[in-house]
Design a protein around this ligand. Structure first.
Ligand SMILES: [Zn+2]
Length: 115
């Protein structure tokens, strides 16, 4: 019989696999012990954004809050481009706020936490 855990062939009726030592009748139980989550960090644009936007501190503040909840950051993905609709919306917000503020592409944080 073939081991359900590692695939190695063992003699019939063996209790433990000669290769991996597990019971060849039982498939490896893979437990999912991590949970993942994606968080967005938005940045400000416009005149206000030009003064207050600091990508480093925006990420830092977000990370502090998430670390306090036990989340660990696995990856930071910059949001490069806005699609056409978002760009239009971004411009509209900028005009509506008299060029004071609009949103800017920020970052996506890939987070992980132990269950
Ligand atoms: Zn095995």
């Amino acid at each position: 019989m073939y081991c359900a855990n590692c695939g190695k062939e063992n003699g019939d009726g063996v209790v433990f696999c000669a290769n991996c030592g597990k019971s060849p009748n039982e498939a490896a139980v893979t437990t999912v012990d991590k949970i993942n989550r994606v968080e967005r960090v938005t940045l400000s644009g416009g005149i206000i954004g030009a003064f207050v936007t600091n990508a480093r501190s925006a990420l830092e503040v977000k990370m502090w809050a998430l670390n306090a909840e036990g989340w660990k950051c696995r990856q930071v993905i910059p949001e490069h481009s806005l699609n056409g609709f978002k760009m239009l919306l971004q411009l509209l917000v900028l005009i509506c706020t008299l060029f004071l503020w609009t949103f800017e592409p920020g970052y996506l944080l890939l987070l992980e936490k132990d269950k």
